[in-house]
Design a protein around this ligand. Structure first.
Ligand SMILES: Nc1ncnc2c1ncn2[C@@H]1O[C@H](COP(=O)(O)OP(=O)(O)O)[C@@H](O)[C@H]1O
Ligand SMILES: [Mg+2]
Length: 448
């Protein structure tokens, strides 16, 4: 036992409570930086006929926000209805699943709430509505769908989360949901629908079904999802609960490497705290050595989908493409000019690694290749000479890979509150005077 006063069961209980790299959050106590959204959703839920649409990047925290507000506002005698769209779901299968949950499994005692089988896990593994149902609704029969939900809902107001809306394959089905929202509102059915989907706008997700906009309260989640202050809140509350302190340099690094995506913050915390627990000597303050071990451990813990996207992109050919990807991720701006990536990032990274850079035209060909399907189109371009990652979440993994071999990429998106004001721990351990390190050659090769 290397954390004072904590045996393994006690350690695991606290860890599971605070650190969740792979499952959504469902209480406001652990949901960081979303008080504004919480208030606006609360107002919308209390405004008859309004429904919620949460959208943003993968990993932005859509499911977490939806589940948290659903548990907060659903009547205490039931648990909220949680359904997720999949490639095989249809409008009618989802409506049936909702009705089924409202009338049957949905009515649980509060003691059962914590073990309910809702949308668990990070990704598509929720309560996926199935296509086959004994009493399949005639597709497109909106009146039947609305009637079924009205009957199932009864008189109490229910919160129903329809997650992963982007997976619903058919445009007609998406439009049927837009129509359903209108009908539910117009007929006063006591259900608030909370949709979640990956996209930059509601139109992206409803595929242009504009007339239903007025029924929706839109909640766009920011990119990046959290600023440094938000990342530190996750680290500090978990470390505080375990009676640990994270040294200031590592604390900054966790926020920086994570690129504002809470998945990576949770993952790095998980690895850090296990390292402390497993250490032979008693640990109170986590050191940069613990941090580097956590970075390498986190690489294995990252979603397999992201790891294989990276491997496909670099073709496991470390010298050709890896540094190009690192260079693209070496800036707080998500979309970058290729000349600037070359001169400001790539040349510096190569210099620090002690390797010979390719010339700019060879560099540009590599960037172009990384946009192609042979490399999984990991990069994307919307205008000539500019490039970004196809999915923002993957930047964090790219940064983590660079960090694992000692290549430190550029600073944060937004500074957030000064670290020293945040924790007693920060004051005690102080900021590493070498931070930020512009030159990382000494971190050297052969570390990862
Ligand atoms: N506001 C937040 N504060 C702390 N952790 C968060 C927050 N939002 C999301 N997370 C964590 O980030 C990860 C991704 O969240 P999730 O809600 O599944 O994202 P999405 O549904 O947008 O893909 C999960 O591990 C979750 O616990
Ligand atoms: Mg989700």
């Amino acid at each position: 036992m290397a954390i004072r006063a904590l045996d393994k069961p006690a350690f695991e209980v606290i860890l599971r409570q605070y650190v969740r790299p792979s499952s959504p959050i469902d209480t406001f106590e652990h949901l960081v930086g979303r008080s504004h959204q919480r208030e606006s959703i609360e107002e919308a839920i209390n405004s008859p006929g309004r429904h919620i649409f949460i959208y943003g990047d993968r990993g932005a925290g859509k499911t977490s926000l939806a589940q948290t507000v659903a548990y907060e506002h659903n009547p205490s005698t039931t648990h909220p209805v949680l359904v997720a769209c999949g490639r095989t779901t249809t409008f009618s299968s989802i409506v049936e699943d909702i009705a089924h949950q409202l009338t049957g499994r949905g009515r649980l005692s509060s003691a059962e709430r914590s073990s309910s089988t809702g949308i668990q896990g990070y990704g598509i593994n929720g309560s996926i509505a199935t296509k086959t149902s004994e009493k399949a609704l005639a597709i497109g029969d909106l009146n039947a769908a609305t009637g079924l939900l009205a009957e199932a809902a009864g008189t109490e107001r229910h919160i129903v989360v329809i997650d992963e809306f982007e997976n619903l394959p058919s445009a007609e089905d998406r439009q049927l949901f837009a129509e359903l929202v209108k009908q539910i509102s117009d007929r006063g059915v006591p259900i608030t629908l909370v949709f979640c989907g990956i996209g930059q706008s509601l139109d992206d997700l409803l595929l242009g079904h504009g007339s239903s906009h007025r029924y929706f309260h839109e909640v766009p989640l920011p990119t990046p999802p959290l600023n440094f202050g938000g990342c530190w809140q996750i680290i500090d509350s978990a470390a505080g609960a375990l009676g640990l302190e994270v040294n200031e340099d590592s604390r900054l690094r966790v926020a920086q490497v994570s690129d504002g995506f809470p998945h990576y913050v949770h993952l790095l915390c998980e690895k850090l705290f296990w390292a402390a627990f497993r250490a032979e000597e008693e640990v109170e303050i986590l050191t940069p050595e613990h941090y580097m071990r956590a970075v390498r451990g986190a690489l294995e813990g990252v979603e397999a989908r992201l790891r294989s996207a990276y491997d496909k992109a670099v073709k496991k050919d470390m010298d050709q493409y890896q540094e190009v990807l690192w260079a693209v991720a070496d800036h707080f701006e998500l979309e970058r000019n290729t000349t600037s990536i070359y001169t400001n990032s790539y040349l510096r990274i190569m210099e620090d690694l002690g390797r010979t850079p390719v010339d700019q035209s060879a560099f540009s060909s590599r960037v172009a290749a990384l946009r192609g399907s042979a490399h999984g189109a990991i990069l994307h371009s919307t205008r000539r000479g500019w490039v970004r990652f196809s999915e923002n979440l993957i930047r964090g993994y790219v940064r983590l890979r660079a960090e694992s071999v000692g290549v430190r990429l550029a600073l944060e998106h937004e500074r957030g509150p000064a670290p020293k004001t945040l924790t007693v721990g920060a004051r005690r351990t102080g900021i590493d005077p070498a931070f930020p390190r512009r030159h990382y050659a000494s971190w050297g090769k052969g570390r990862g």
